[in-house]
Design a protein around this ligand. Sequence first.
Ligand code: AOF
Ligand code: ZN
Length: 369
Amino acid sequence: MQHPDSYFMEQAIRLSAKGRPLSPPNPAVGCVIVRDGEIIASGFTQKAGGHHAEIEALTDAERRGVNIEGATVYVTLEPCSHYGRTPPCALALINHRVGRVVAAMKDPNPLVAGKGLAMLEAAGIPTACGVLEEEAWESNRGFFTRMTRGTPWVTLKVGASIDGRTALPNGESQWITGEAARQDVQRLRSESGAILTGIGTVLADDCRLNVRLPGRDPAEIRQPLRVVVDSSLRTPVTARVIGEDGLCLIVCAKADPKRKAELEMRGAEVIELPGSDGRVDLRALVSELGRREVNDLLAEGGATLNGALLDAGLVDEIVVYTAPILIGEGRGMWSVGPYKRLAEAERWAYRSVSRLGEDLCFDLRNQRK
Ligand code: AOF
Ligand code: ZN
């Protein structure tokens, strides 16, 4: 039988997923409050500046009129101890006289880093830490990666035919994968802090790269930053990726002042990050996005940008949607290599395979660590 602590932590982790679209740059945390083996209140992280998971659960308890004094609190991340956008959750739990606090893992944020649990202990509230830690780490891998590495977790996404083609030689690509896979891409986007693409994709598809969730009020959706790698600033002023929300960052190697001004007039931000080869320094870009508090970066470019990201060792995860269509000649998923020996090629590990309508979705992780 599963230990009750793992059982309730699993519920908290499941609940945390609901916060993922809104919480960034905060981690999406879940919290359940338990008495006599029953969940009596719960909550998850709201949008940054709003309630943390614990405060949501305390508010939920109040709304339900349940007494939480002496109850056990399960939370997927150590309660915070600092005054950030919101006051410390550890303090709120102390004031509500909860009986015990179980955290899945410590908060690597240097502002917290064990102090939340220490505060609780100092107030006489027993704590435990490390229940379903791996699952909890996975649930906020972007935030934890940014906190420890300073850069976002980078996921590269491709939609391709079973023969690994993303478009016909003439560029036609709509649509290779089916509706369910495309919906899943919307979910990935909605959980990302930024979406990255290249100028080739912007010119070929005039993509918007925004989040569109049917049945949801657009005003309620947090839109990720859209980032275009555009070495020589060829993005048309009318490109749909610029949008009207001021959330488009165009990164070039050298900016022609007139073009820069034109694009900025349209609401895009233009920055220069020159690499040694006249192209954009992708490593510097990823660091810049880390500084801008992007936890999860979703790369949705073509073969050139994908290859450059992979060759630079900047990708943590690859998500491939493959459709049962045979295209033959066409554009590839990524131009990596070329390698002289198979041993030089980077080997990845499958983490999961799932079926999405007619298509399959492969989730891969790199073997570096
Ligand atoms: C929690 N519960 O649900 C989350 C936490 O600026 P603030 O006040 O919103 O604090 C943000 C920091 O709090 C964030 O960087 C992370 O360390 C922690 N997130 N903590 O107790 C939560 N989301
Ligand atoms: Zn908190």
